[in-house]
Write a protein that binds this ligand. Structure first.
Ligand code: ZN
Length: 538
């Protein structure tokens, strides 16, 4: 090509490029009105008022009765039926879309025919005491065949026996170190007994494992769980009776333990050749009530435990190792086994009118160890009523600005499994589209005040929202605290804040926000109504 013609071509291309660029800029400039709502987004106060007006306490009560009529443990038939019921409920609310998303995951169950038992044996192997197979039925409605016996999910199965039982207080690292350094305690091949409280039970098990123990019993001490004394317990009060046992997981990770780092899809690789491939406890653990615990602790030998290690059982707590009669033994027979089962997440969508590809997610788990009245069904009932109120607005033609996704998670109790697998499954979509994740695990566990934990980015919106909600306690209103915010800032003030602000905890791990926060980095929060934790600690 000749130089002159090439020069003309370059100029034409340049003009064309500038023209396209200019058109682009002009389109951008004129096609997007400056006043469009998504640039400033003035809030319509009447919407939150209408939502609050629409929600009825009696509906929440009726949902809660239905949800807690039967046990609904993850991976059982009740997991599917509660998912189907919720799906039908959301379809009736005119949601844009409702879906059930199953995941086949590694869960853990006790053997009903061969329940977990712990024995105190004499020198001839005769039973001096055996822990209860099932919890005592204290109200007739508890008498249901699908209540599982006490167990720790993912405990190592098998039988372990030791003459050396050691009391390790709360089973914290510092408790083990104290025993080692001050009492020269050797934990190798021992069974330890720890009380519930202060730290996650899974950490007690891993501490026992790390210090060399081969088994751990975890019991609930009246000092922590029957604070008004052993005569003031369920069904007469809310404290734990001596026959009550706290079930729970002792898995320290999140999500399906056999697919760490990727979602549990049908096609996903799982190494099922050996349990040791999975990040699960390598020792046996079992929860017991304090009526059983006293039979072991009350017969122990060794130094008297320090005053702050003494619980509220009517015995002198001793450290061990072992029993007054040195030939007595403790034996744990654990039949809990891992098993692949299907758990179900349910989603209800209300598509946004302005930014449909931006998601605000609201979630609660559905699975419970047994009836789950507070955890999680109070949260499920509250979320159902909230979604019904939104549904009423949708039926009147209203749509939110962004897409709202109501999420009901399966298998949270086992290790946040339903939510974690789903976040792993859709991590790229959520990374681009999720605006915030609002979690309610337990909605109500007391009637003192709300408490919240959240990422700092949501503090302001939580404060402002709580100012719109009327205080549910008439006595508090008489004391000139008309809003939820007023009672919250009065009950749980942030230390040293000026002006006075309510305390909001950091959000870390422990419920279904964890996947959103740790895998995607989405602003997250969790809230509940709670009892007076301050006065209980005094
Ligand atoms: Zn929960």
């Amino acid at each position: 090509m000749q130089g002159k013609r090439r020069g003309i071509l370059v100029v034409v291309v340049m003009v064309a490029v500038v023209l396209v660029l200019a058109i682009g800029i002009i389109i951008g400039h004129f096609a997007v009105p400056k006043t469009q709502s998504y640039q400033q987004g003035a809030e319509d106060e009447s919407i939150s008022e209408k939502l609050i007006q629409e929600m009825k306490a009696e509906n929440i009560e009726s949902y809660l009765r239905d949800l807690t009529a039967h046990p609904h443990l993850a991976g059982t038939a009740a997991d599917l039926s509660t998912a189907q019921n919720l799906s039908e409920f959301w379809k009736q609310q005119s949601f844009s879309r409702v879906s059930i998303v199953p995941y086949r995951v590694l869960l853990s169950y006790p053997d009903k025919e061969n329940p977990n038992l712990v024995y105190l044996l004499d020198s001839n192997g005769q039973t001096l005491h055996r822990t209860q197979k099932m919890e005592k039925i204290l109200r007739p409605e508890q008498n249901q065949s699908d209540v599982v016996p006490p167990f720790h999910a993912y405990s190592k199965p098998g039988s372990v026996t030791s003459e050396k039982l050691i009391y390790v207080n709360y089973g914290r690292v510092e408790d083990f170190i104290w025993l080692k350094e001050n009492k020269s305690m050797n934990f190798n091949n021992t069974i330890v007994i720890a009380r519930y409280g202060k730290i996650f039970r899974g950490d007690k098990v891993s501490n026992a494992e790390n210090f060399g123990a081969k088994g751990i019993l975890i019991y609930s001490d009246p000092a922590d769980y029957a604070i008004d004394g052993e005569t003031s317990v369920y069904p007469d009060s809310w404290w734990l009776p001596g026959t009550g046992v706290q079930r729970g997981t002792v898995y320290n990770g999140e999500g399906d333990p056999s697919t760490v780092g990727y979602p549990s899809l049908e096609s996903s690789y799982r190494d099922i050749s050996d349990r040791s491939e999975w990040p699960l406890p390598t020792i046996s653990s079992h929860p017991i009530g304090y009526n059983d615990a006293i039979q072991f602790l009350g017969n122990m030998t060794g130094d008297v435990a320090p005053p702050e290690w003494q619980g509220k059982l009517s015995i002198t707590y001793r450290l061990g190792p072992g029993f007054n009669n040195t030939s007595w033994k403790v034996q744990m027979n654990i039949s809990t086994h891992d098993e692949y089962r299907t758990t179900y997440n349910v989603f209800g969508f209300i598509e946004g009118s302005v930014e449909p590809d931006r998601y605000v997610l609201i979630g609660n788990h559905r699975d419970a160890w047994v009836f789950g009245a507070a955890d999680p069904s109070s949260g499920t009932a509250a979320m159902m009523e909230m979604s019904r109120a939104f549904g009423q607005m949708v039926k009147q033609g209203w749509r939110p600005r962004r897409t709202l996704i109501f999420c009901s998670w399966g298998a949270e109790e086992y290790g946040l499994i339903g939510s974690w697998e789903w976040v792993e499954n859709f991590v790229k979509n959520l990374n681009q589209r999720a605006v915030a994740y609002l979690n309610v695990d337990i909605a109500v566990q007391g009637n003192y005040s709300m408490r919240a934990s959240s990422t700092p980015s949501l503090h302001k919106i939580i404060y402002e929202s709580s100012k719109k909600i009327p205080n549910p306690n008439p006595e508090e209103v008489k004391s000139d605290r008309p809003s939820l915010y007023d009672t919250w800032v009065n009950s749980f003030p942030r230390k040293g804040s000026q002006p006075k602000l309510p305390f909001i905890n950091a959000v870390g791990a422990g419920s279904d926000f964890t996947g959103f926060l740790q895998l995607v980095g989405v602003s997250s929060m969790d809230t509940r109504y709670t009892y007076n934790t301050v006065s209980l600690l005094l």
